[in-house]
Write a protein that binds this ligand. Sequence first.
Ligand code: KG4
Ligand code: ZN
Length: 333
Amino acid sequence: MLILGIETSCDDAAAAVLETDTPGVATIRASVIANQDEVHRRYGGIVPELASRNHVTAIMPVIRYALEKADVTLADIDGIAVTSGPGLVGSLLVGLMCAKGLAQSLGRPLVAVNHIEGHLLAPMLEHRLTMPYLALVVSGGHTEIFVVEDFGRYRRLGRTRDDAAGEAFDKVAKLMGLGYPGGKVIDDLARTGDAKSIRFPRARIRGAPLDFSFSGIKTSVATMIRDGADTGSREDFAASFQEAVVDMLIAPTLKAARETGSATIALTGGVAANSRLRARLTEAARAEGRIVVAPALRYCTDNAAMIAIAGSYRLLRGERDPLDIDARANLAL
Ligand code: KG4
Ligand code: ZN
């Protein structure tokens, strides 16, 4: 079965062609992403109105390019999977309406996919994972721990009480005058910095050890910068901040892995691209006999291949969603 995946939940317009006949076993024939970082950089964050307007012009060329790379035509597509939430509603609507139009005109089934489900199943694009597995989804909008019990069965064990980890990276980068998006810039600077130079607070939620909180560290950075405190070099500051965030991500994840007896931890979402998080989580997990599986960087950040694989098990069962399905900014998993 050939599946066209479409993703426009935030600022990336993405399309992918996936070939699959068995749930969880897939070949990525093409995965194309039109990134809008240049559009939003000057505002220091995503401007929703600009994101959706840019999706309108990008989405059809992105789909055409994905089909071309996969060496197929629209007529070869057997089903369409599209993100219907959570995300920016104006952005979601562009991909959703495009998918509906294609499904209607081609007479092919459409399934709506939860963006988080895409991140949770992204490690399966390249690895044969046995369910259940534990997953840390860590992105600009989410920081959550799930047990992936089966396709369509996800149990949330922990979540952030305030900011997402990626949001903390982006906000701190903005405070440091490093531009947008901030995660990668901080990651790069931190490589040559001393992570022990500043001791940032590591927040824990009393009574909820699997939950996260990143507003405290963000405030602590803002206060230091506002008060003109000695922050040392940019490299040391970035490394110290990153180390604190990584510590705060690792502790609840390992605790959840121990409590659920999970031998495999999937690390996914945009912040899973962070080199320090990958290295430290892998090392800490290995010390307990667990393995960490993270998708290649291009499948960690928003992409349509993960949406296609998350839609595939339903399409393979012959399911479809009605064409009046709506976009939901806060769609729950
Ligand atoms: O999953 P994603 O592409 O979009 C959302 O659904 O949010 O994640 C984007 C987030 C941004 O906050 C970005 O700063 C962060 O992922 N990010 C990183 C790195 N690369 C991207 N954070 C830390 N280190 C990185 N190398
Ligand atoms: Zn995402």
